[in-house]
Design a protein around this ligand. Structure first.
Ligand code: FDA
Length: 278
């Protein structure tokens, strides 16, 4: 577990962010949790994150935050969630930081994009994650284009039906590259800030090649990876001038998140089994 999580407490995540900073890598912090059912619990999550922005500023860390809308009470009360998101985006702006919105299961995409738009209208320090495995994502990208948004492009981590998501990995990878091209071209026109959230080094290399062929500076886009995955490559990319951020998770509600990490790579299951029996 420690492989993916520096610890359950916020201080462990802040310590990891400070350590990453020493290697030229920024951080994105996220408290694990999803599917919060009551307004009171959602407000506690909001208050926690407001406090994290303050801690990050006090410590002078290069750390952004990433939140899940169901953790902020999307299923309990959409308006409470919208207000929480707005409060967080404003705190991000006031503390010189940035707020990312994760993308969850496909049934939440419409609501997530709607709340992203509303928040973006009020405070620009906010970006949203889009998933390349979804058939709809190219259309979503078109619709968001007028906002010149910050988009974190990922492959997608949930089990989705074939009608909704490309079932074959090679189709997901091809769509990722197509969408990455569009994000890079938009950035070239000054219409958005892309972050590529992937550990797929071939994709990263292709993206870097394409960005270079468009004459993009190495800091015109970011590469985001998860804590504990491809750590050596994260450092190598940063040393080579690429802007790298690492998503550092903390908190006790790690089970569903951890299961998604295991599902991404069957070898991880053997890693866990070995550590349990070893
Ligand atoms: P791929 O799965 O093809 O992996 C490429 C290589 O990376 C693998 O061969 C392996 O070597 C290594 N690797 C990948 N995952 C690994 C793991 N768990 N353990 C060990 N090695 C691994 N998803 C989502 O639906 N909504 C979201 O909001 C986000 N947010 C997000 C933020 C950031 C910063 C990242 C990096 C990822 C996400 N994701 C996500 C998860 C994403 O959708 C996807 O499931 C994972 O990134 C794995 O896909 P890759 O792009 O890494 O490629």
């Amino acid at each position: 577990m420690r492989r993916f999580l520096p610890g359950e407490e916020l201080d462990a995540a802040l310590g990891a962010a400070a350590a990453l900073a020493r290697t030229g890598i920024g951080a994105v912090l996220t408290q694990l949790g999803e599917q919060v059912r009551t307004r009171a619990d959602a407000q506690a999550v909001r208050d926690h994150y407001l406090d994290v922005f303050d801690r990050v500023r006090e410590l002078g860390l290069d750390a952004q935050l990433s939140v899940k809308l169901t953790h902020l009470g999307l299923d309990a009360d959409r308006e409470t969630c919208a207000l929480a998101l707005l409060a967080l985006a404003r705190r991000a702006r006031d503390t010189g930081s940035f707020l990312w919105i994760d993308m969850e299961e496909s049934r939440y995409v419409d609501a997530t994009l709607e709340l992203f738009r509303r928040t973006h209208d009020a405070a620009s320090n906010v970006g949203v994650c889009l998933q390349a495995y979804l058939r709809r994502t190219a259309t979503d990208l078109d619709a968001l284009a007028p906002l010149a948004p910050a988009i974190r492009l990922v492959k997608g981590a949930y089990n989705e039906p074939p009608a909704v998501a490309f079932p074959r990995k090679r189709d997901v990878d091809a769509n990722y590259l197509l969408l990455a091209d569009r994000l890079l071209e938009a950035a070239e026109r000054g219409e958005g800030n892309p972050a590529f959230g992937t550990h797929d080094l071939r994709l990263v290399r292709d993206i870097r090649d394409r960005a270079a062929s468009l004459g993009r500076e190495r800091d015109a886009y970011e590469v985001h990876m998860l804590y504990g995955i491809r750590a050596a490559e994260q450092r190598a990319l940063a040393a080579d001038g690429c802007v790298v951020r690492v998503l550092v998770s903390y908190g006790s509600a790690w089970f569903p998140w951890y299961m998604r990490r295991l599902a991404e790579r069957p070898a991880n299951v053997w890693f866990v089994v070995r550590s349990l029996v070893g």
